[in-house]
Write a protein that binds this ligand. Structure first.
Ligand SMILES: N[C@@H](CCC(=O)N[C@@H](CS)C(=O)NCC(=O)O)C(=O)O
Length: 216
């Protein structure tokens, strides 16, 4: 039987969270690696907004929001209870944190990363704005090993790819910044087998014509 098709881009944090959800749910998909400068026609036909990740299901339904892909995969199989079933309060906390990441932190991250293209304010200004979210995570991680409890949830996996980017803008600064809990949490996720699995390199689908089974 054919598998759902996932259009993905290795370094995109949204695509990373989709791949994390797929891998952690052990849901096999057929992965097509793309580059953003040259998006495949079938991907654009399925999702004209032209962002990755895009998932095309066997019945033709399209899921083109990374969080929806995570939720779709985990609703099929969630062995680690990342969706926090039977914990409605934590579900709300997870949603609020992911909202802050996606709707506030991400724009400061982009401006910090590309401060030269955003000369209205300084790099340090953008970093300081981004640090408000990092400080919130630091506080949460002072209470538990992961953001909402000692076990990782959808919030950890949806957010850490973005914190990785923030840390990578100036890794010397980040390594001595006053966020030891965030540093340890991020290192733990980045050093794990799950992350190395989702970061495997694949040739691009347009160049090679090859898709790769991913997620099992
Ligand atoms: N809200 C979308 C955002 C996805 C997104 O913006 N992905 C970026 C790459 S990290 C993208 O495809 N940008 C289009 C482009 O750069 O052409 C999601 O969560 O899936």
């Amino acid at each position: 039987m054919s598998l759902p098709t996932l259009y993905s881009f290795r370094r995109c944090p949204y695509a990373m969270r989709a791949r994390l959800g797929i891998l952690l749910s052990q849901t096999p998909v057929s992965l097509r690696e793309i580059i953003l400068k040259h998006k495949p026609e079938p991907m654009l036909a399925a999702s004209p907004k032209g962002t990755v990740p895009v998932l095309i299901l066997q019945d033709g339904n399209i899921i083109d929001e990374s969080l929806d892909i995570m939720r779709w995969a985990l609703s099929l199989n969630d062995p680690h209870n990342l969706l926090l079933a039977d914990q409605p309060q934590r579900q709300e906390q997870a949603k609020a944190l992911i909202d802050s990441n996606d709707n506030e932190f991400k724009s400061w991250l982009d401006k910090y990363k590309y401060a030269d293209r955003n000369p209205e304010q300084s790099e340090i200004f953008y970093r300081t704005e981004g640090e408000k979210f990092i400080a919130q995570l630091e506080h949460l991680l002072g209470k538990n090993q992961q953001l909402l409890s000692d076990s990782a949830s959808i919030a950890d996996f949806a957010i850490f790819p973005f914190i990785r980017q923030f840390a990578g803008v100036d890794s010397t600064w980040f390594s001595q910044a006053p966020y030891p809990n965030v540093q340890a949490w991020l290192a733990d996720h980045l050093e794990g087998a799950i992350f190395s699995n989702i970061m495997k390199k694949y040739p691009t689908w347009l160049d090679s014509g090859e898709s790769f089974q991913f997620g099992q």
